[in-house]
Design a protein around this ligand. Structure first.
Ligand code: C5P
Length: 224
């Protein structure tokens, strides 16, 4: 059977990663969390105190960054590794969420990440989630989904996720963070978050994860 690319873009915290991961598992496809890559770059820039306005420093830092994904067979979870170190937990913390969109607007950062993502998906058979997968990384993706959900619902889901990891964050702060990220992501000059003309809109506000997964698989089945 031919292998396709499934691109899942959309607003922050509307269930993209959870859905993408489950779709990939059911189809026997690879899963690539591109947001995790921008988060890992943000972590490195923070640790190394890289100036976000100095292209020379940024390029040197990007040359020193190696991002990989490791499947932990013991926990069954995917782990993001930065230069060989598991940073999965660290990159999900609020201080990274507060800075990641400002790092993601940097053209040099985008170019490096997009090139790596295109290499990772060159054999197809992948589900990739992010903001610019259907518009920039794989404009020829066979399935393009644009996900959204009501802001308050997204914030509550995010709050539960953070709480499960021991981080108690005020709901208003999460709403602020989501709105700020969506605004920066949608208005940046290079590959902004927009719905590709051929992407199908999916509002997950009142859907369960199972319903979201079934819906995406149905779209994929139509193209296989
Ligand atoms: O998906 P997640 O919320 O983890 O993404 C974190 C941030 O990374 C986004 O808010 C956005 O600024 C950036 N991002 C991006 N392009 C992608 C994926 C994520 O700019 N393809």
């Amino acid at each position: 059977m031919p292998k396709i690319v499934i691109a899942i873009d959309g607003h922050s915290s509307c269930g993209k990663s959870t859905t993408a991961k489950a779709v990939a598992a059911r189809m026997g496809y690879g899963y690539i969390d591109t947001g995790a890559m921008y988060r890992a770059v943000t972590l490195f820039f923070t640790q190394e105190r890289i100036s976000l306005t100095n292209p020379r420093e940024i390029n040197a830092a990007l040359d020193a960054i190696h991002i990989t994904f490791n499947h932990n067979s013991r926990t069954g979870k995917n782990e993001t590794c930065l230069n060989g170190l598991n940073v999965e937990e660290e990159i999900r913390k609020m201080y990274i969420s507060n800075l990641v969109s400002e790092v993601s607007v940097i053209p040099e950062v985008r170019r490096a990440m997009v090139a790596q993502q295109q290499r990772m998906g060159r054999r197809r058979g992948v589900v990739m989630d992010g903001r610019d997968i259907g518009t920039k990384v794989f404009p020829d993706a066979e399935v393009k989904v644009f996900m959204t959900a009501e802001t308050l619902i997204r914030a509550k889901r995010r709050q539960q996720e953070l709480l499960a990891k021991g981080e108690l964050i005020n709901l208003d702060d999460i709403v602020e963070n989501l709105k700020k990220r969506d605004f920066i992501d949608s208005t940046r000059a290079e590959s902004p978050l927009i719905q590709a003309p051929d992407a199908i809109l999916l509002d997950t506000s009142y859907m369960t994860i199972e319903e979201q997964v079934d819906w995406v698989i149905e779209q994929a089945d139509r193209r296989l």
